[in-house]
Design a protein around this ligand. Structure first.
Ligand code: PGA
Length: 260
């Protein structure tokens, strides 16, 4: 794993935007794996700003989001369809057909998950998979105890995840209990995985992911098996890493340092 500890949150976000832009510069029609959540809002804003400056072209890319809540129609404001519309598709003027998500309101969610997995494969797989991490170590909605070989499927959300996401829902509105999510195997098949974590609330999960045992207890630890995983952190999210000094020697302030 490449561990990059940036000087602050904004710099960490900017680094992720740079990696995405570089991927699209090299291949404008790349297939990206996209993520949602609070962490990704400034990443979307950064991409939109770059696109408006003409510094990156988003029009030819295709993307697959990690997950969607079961039971929410795309028009529901808390659906991840609506999140993508609000934060990326609308502001950047993109064709929504090119940005795919599982259909949370499909009549048969398990069949929809299998269909989504096949759709990703038919697109040639994912070049760059963007990831956040839950305080409980989940990636996508692969909650603790997820099979490390799992495909796209329906997962039951933990109480902690539903509590963490309640802030996005209105008072009296229930956070859905189930989600369709890419599996750990789906994520491991991406050719480059880019995980962004900021803030002290993620420090423990980050330490378990990077330095803990490979374990379904912390599904993100499966990234230890990914041939090319980049973890971008701010100092607060990096605070519990025991080998932090080493990571900062290899990449001072998150910079790439030429060998020799
Ligand atoms: P957050 O969610 O960015 O809203 O913290 C990340 C996640 O749960 O994967």
């Amino acid at each position: 794993m490449k561990i990059l500890i940036l000087p602050d949150r904004d710099a960490a976000v900017a680094r992720c935007v740079e990696v995405i832009a570089a991927t699209l510069d090299a291949r404008p029609d790349a297939v990206l794996g996209l993520a949602t959540g609070g962490t990704m809002e400034p990443v979307c804003a950064g991409l939109v700003a770059r696109a408006r400056e003409g510094a990156v072209s988003l029009g030819e890319m295709r993307s697959f989001n990690l997950d969607e809540y079961v039971g929410l129609a795309p028009s529901h404001p808390q659906s991840y369809h609506a999140y993508m519309q609000r934060h990326l598709i609308g502001p950047a003027g993109l064709d929504p057909e090119r940005l795919r998500l599982p259909r949370g309101n499909a009549a048969d969610p398990e069949a929809e998950a299998a269909r989504y997995e096949a759709e990703i494969a038919a697109a040639g797989g994912i070049e760059l998979q963007l990831l956040g991490i839950g305080a409980n170590g989940h990636i996508g909605f692969n909650e603790p105890s997820s099979s490390l070989a799992s495909p796209c499927r329906v997962k039951t959300l933990t109480r902690a995840t539903r509590a963490a996401n309640a802030r996005f829902f209105g008072p009296g509105e229930e956070v859905p209990r189930f989600a369709i999510t890419m599996g750990i195997a789906t994520i491991l098949r991406s050719r480059h995985a880019l995980l962004l974590a900021v803030g002290a609330a993620k420090a423990e999960a980050v330490a378990a992911m990077v330095e803990g045992p490979l374990s379904a207890r912390c599904p993100a630890s499966a990234l230890q098996m990914h041939p090319r995983a980049t973890v971008v952190l701010d100092p607060e999210a990096a605070a519990r890493l025991e080998l932090r000094q080493y990571y900062e020697t290899v990449h001072p302030q998150g910079r790439e340092v030429p060998l020799g």
